[in-house]
Design a protein around this ligand. Structure first.
Ligand code: SIN
Ligand code: NI
Length: 271
């Protein structure tokens, strides 16, 4: 479906995409951004990456192995106000809400995810959910490509249906075990991963339990992406240590909410 058609119907994803997501634990949505939005996001991402501040960000040592996997900045709307338009974008959040088939979604956090050129390493197979301090599964990410992506510069791969095999141990993104090892003993062991090559301005959504991987960037230009993490309203805080919730005095087992976790999309009231 074209962007124009999606704007007209006001639904950012189709019923087929919702069913695909529910079955496979990921879905690719082409042209989720307009060309103006893509241009602005590229501009502010470049501004952001040239800034040298350190508040609340995962800012790894430039010599570390992690930095070869990802140059990652977390919750950057707090440094660059124009980023907020995208971190809290209602169309992106509404797409997430529809895919989750839930009444309301909240913002957990977001990352600018850059794979630097030269000596780049792949993002190892992993699930995201085990590292989030959220009790109920369902939390998910949108991953928006700000550059055309394929297996030469760091596109993503997903194992279809792997969101149904349960929560594995958190896994270090620099620890390069292959899929066979990662999936060993799970129902996903024999499934073939799907490579998501995309044009800039397109995106994937993936469930926090879906096994995924990103290729190394073997080109001479950065691979720029934006990920935003959403969760269903009412999901509880489980107390796990996490960069974003560090310092929260939030009761364990109570719904994770508060000023940094606004509801971004809500089911319209029936008339
Ligand atoms: C990446 O951008 O390389 C990985 C993103 C993810 O693991 O969700
Ligand atoms: Ni991930």
């Amino acid at each position: 479906m074209s962007l124009q058609a999606r704007m007209t119907t006001k639904k950012p994803v189709t019923p087929e995409q919702v069913e695909f997501y529910q079955t496979n634990g990921f879905v690719q949505v082409d042209n989720i951004l307009t060309s103006e939005e893509l241009a602005e996001l590229r501009e502010i991402t470049d501004e952001l990456m040239s800034m040298d501040n350190d508040t609340l960000h995962h800012k790894p040592d430039r010599q570390s192995l992690y930095f070869k996997v990802l140059n990652q900045r977390v919750n950057v709307w707090r440094d660059h106000a124009r980023y907020g338009k995208y971190s809290f974008h209602p169309r992106l959040a509404e797409a997430a809400r529809l895919l989750l088939k839930t009444d309301a979604v909240r913002f957990f956090h977001h990352h600018a995810l850059i794979k630097n050129p030269q000596d780049s390493k792949p993002t190892a197979w992993h699930q995201d959910f085990p590292s989030w301090p959220i009790k109920e599964s369902g939390a998910m990410s949108i991953w928006i490509a700000l550059d055309d992506v394929d297996e030469h510069n760091g596109c993503m791969m997903f194992v279809p249906g792997s969101h149904k095999v349960g929560k594995l141990k958190p896994h270090d993104l620099t620890e390069h075990i292959d899929l066979e090892d990662f999936a060993k003993g799970t129902d996903a062991e024999k499934r073939n991963p799907v490579i998501c090559r995309m044009k800039a301005g397109s995106c994937t959504f993936h469930d926090g339990l879906t096994f995924h991987y990103a290729h190394a960037n073997n080109t001479d230009r950065p691979r720029r992406a934006l990920a935003i993490i959403y969760y269903q309203d009412g999901a509880a805080y489980d107390g796990k240590a996490h960069l974003v919730t560090d310092g929260y005095n939030h009761p364990i087992g109570e719904p994770l909410a508060g000023v940094l976790h606004p509801i971004l999309a809500r089911q319209p009231l029936a008339r």
